[in-house]
Design a protein. Structure first.
Lengths: 144, 513
């Protein structure tokens, strides 16, 4: 068993608190933190021909933005904390993908903020945090 | 601001049209006669029959091609069918590529360009003229067409153009130029230019005017007759908002509703078939009997065959080259995978959806037969007498409504949505052909889009006859050029696909899920 903690990070205020909490925990455990940024994406969503043509370009832009504007500043902020931070940026269903990352990294804990970048569908169908509460295979901490 | 402009531009026109219906009506007639006389020669050329017969050479052209591809690739459409399903399910998708266009998305988008009026109106036209037997030939053409579609989509991905910014442009015009050069064959450029011209015409015809025309027929059937110009202007404004204004919300709403409509349509058809399950055997009996004897339809067996083949080709567009443009934009390391996925298209479109429509029309007894001879009663125009004298969409509507009265309203929404999504798809195909000819500049693109919108108005205003003829002719002209290129390039596809299948067998290409 490693002492890895996965934290879901999307740049929102509660995600900032979640990351702070995770780094603090990892320090006590002498462990490391995986900073996971999952961009919501369904392979079954319908696209127009124009969107299909643009998709590869958009994906590159989205990944670059996620890396430069969201993840890198946070990695830099905790560079001196003594806790190793590993960024993971990927696409998928947010809750399912977080669980996949937890399993792959053999993490002991998952930390998420209660409200991420919410949109209409999360308001209708429940948030990432609540679906994780139902299905997360390791200890789950939800930060307000 | 765009919205205000649109409203400001639209209102006076709408007002003028509604205030003076007589004036608008005469515009309709004028557009109609100018249109018919301008396009007649082209239609005659494409549909001219073999000397001494009534069999149009173009139909033979498509069927012979589909047969050759089927044999050349060893019945690939049946052998690779399970693998195609696995690809669409994402079994072979690398999770690291998440966020790229999936095979499912490529298929869905290509389908939303082909599933539409062909499946609703086209089938009714085929069965109305060719009788139930037309269904048999339609299914056969659909099954064979899977091999044509497979060939063209594999090539389109292999020879697409990738621009520096990561966007891609592909389609038959690119495999014609690049593929011919690679094989050292002459004439690739000439074919590509011809194909592009026909694609532009096809995008104005079947991909646009036919759609606007039938959408208008449906709406006026429900709310009462009114000048087609009005529907045309409204549709043109909506299309303009999407393709010029980049108004994504309209496109997104359509893209979400179209699949729901498709499922609702097939679902309702299935329910009607289940309600009459004791007649399904009889219906297939009619289909088989009609396929070889004609059951008294005009032209006998040949009449049924021509109608079936024609409508299948118009509905699934196999061999035409249009879907190749849609599929080419997908990112995949293996061009063959896109070919495998695309062969599901004629299957879903023709073998499943078209057959459903035909069965519902036959089973609900829309076609009037002489009770004594069992042969169909023909009208003066050579079509089969229907219960209420309707044809085209109205015939399908009557068939579905005989079981569920409310279905005609659903069908109106479905037709309008299908028409709209087909227009959006074809505006893209036409645009790709246009930019191939005139270069990838913003001005060139805008000029095409504006002309495209103008044709929406023409299509809604013209009567069905000349429009449907021209639509078919332009789309089949694309197939003439495309299939020549497919013959020249099929050895390349074979090499590509055989290598892929070998690697699949040895496990070099692995499953992820």
């Amino acid at each position: 068993m490693t002492n890895t903690i996965v934290v879901a990070y999307d740049g929102s205020d509660s995600a900032v608190r979640a990351l702070e909490f995770a780094v603090d925990r990892a320090k006590h455990l002498n462990g490391s933190v995986v900073v996971a940024y999952v961009l919501e994406w369904s392979p079954y969503q319908f696209l127009t021909p124009d969107e299909i043509e643009q998709r590869h370009k958009r994906r590159k832009e989205e990944l670059k933005r996620a890396e430069e504007a969201v993840i890198s500043p946070m990695i830099a902020k905790y560079a001196d904390s003594g806790v190793p931070l590993k960024p993971v940026i990927t696409y998928g269903h947010v809750a399912e993908t977080l669980i996949k990352i937890v399993k792959k990294e053999e993490a002991v804990q998952l930390v998420v903020g209660r409200t991420g970048q919410s949109n209409l569908s999360t308001r209708l169908f429940g948030s990432v945090a609540s679906s994780l509460a139902q299905s997360c295979p390791v200890a789950l901490t939800i930060l307000p | 601001m765009k919205r205000t402009l649109k409203r400001a531009g639209l209102m006076p026109l709408l007002f003028a049209a509604t205030a003076t219906p007589a004036f608008a009506q005469s515009i309709d007639e004028k557009i109609n006669s100018v249109f018919a006389s301008a396009t007649g020669w082209f239609v005659n050329l494409i549909f001219s029959p073999f000397p001494g017969t009534s069999f149009p050479w173009i139909v033979a052209w498509l069927v012979v091609a589909a047969t050759i591809f089927t044999l050349y690739f060893g019945f690939i459409q049946f052998r690779a069918f399970p693998h195609s399903i696995a690809l669409v399910k994402g079994d072979y998708s690398d999770p690291d590529d998440a966020g790229e266009v999936s095979h499912f998305q490529a298929l869905a988008t290509a389908l939303s360009g082909t599933v539409g009026l062909g499946n609703i109106a086209g089938v009714a036209v085929a069965v109305g003229i060719g009788g139930p037997g037309a269904t048999f030939w339609m299914i056969l053409a659909g099954l064979m067409g899977m091999a044509s579609k497979f060939t063209e989509c594999t090539l389109a991905v292999k020879y697409r153009n990738e621009l520096d910014d990561g966007t891609v442009s592909g389609g038959p015009m690119y495999y014609m130029t690049k593929g011919f050069k690679e094989r050292g064959l002459p004439g690739g450029r000439v074919l590509a230019v011809l194909f592009s011209i026909f694609t532009i015409l096809g995008s104005f015809g079947g991909g646009n005017m036919f759609q606007a025309n039938q959408a208008h027929a449906q709406i006026s059937g429900v709310i009462g007759d009114y000048p087609g110009v009005i529907t045309g202007v409204i549709f043109a404004a909506l299309v303009f908002a999407v393709i010029v204004g980049g108004l994504k919300s309209i496109a997104q709403v359509t893209e979400k509703i179209v699949p729901i409509m498709g499922v609702l349509y097939v679902g309702t058809a299935l329910i009607i078939l289940l309600m009459n399950f004791n007649m399904i055997g009889w219906a297939f009996g009619q289909i088989f009997a009609g396929a070889f004897t004609g059951l008294g339809v005009a032209g006998g067996m040949a009449g049924a065959l021509i109608q079936g083949f024609k409508r299948a080709a118009f509905s699934n567009e196999a061999g035409v080259g249009s879907a190749a443009i849609a599929h080419s934009a997908v990112r995949t390391k293996e061009p063959s995978t896109e070919g495998f996925v695309s062969l599901l298209e004629p299957f879903i479109d023709t073998v499943v959806i078209c057959t459903m429509t035909a069965l519902v029309i036959i089973i609900t007894g829309q076609l009037v037969a002489d009770p004594e001879t069992g042969r169909y009663i023909l009208t003066e125009g050579g079509t089969i007498q229907t219960l209420d004298g309707s044809s085209g969409v109205a015939l399908t509507s009557a068939a579905f409504s005989s079981s569920f009265g409310w279905f005609k309203y659903i069908l109106v929404i479905a037709v309008v949505m299908f028409a709209f999504s087909t227009m959006i798809s074809w505006s893209y195909y036409g645009l790709k052909a246009w930019t191939f000819l005139f270069g990838e500049s913003k001005g060139a693109a805008l000029s095409f889009k504006v002309i495209f919108c103008l044709f929406v108005v023409v299509g809604a205003a013209a009567s069905l006859g000349p429009v449907i003829d021209f639509s078919d002719a332009a789309i089949f002209a694309m197939a003439v050029v495309n299939i020549i290129a497919l013959y020249a390039l099929m050895p390349i596809v074979k090499r590509e696909v055989w290598s892929y299948l070998d690697r699949l067998k040895t496990g070099e290409i692995k499953k992820f899920n």
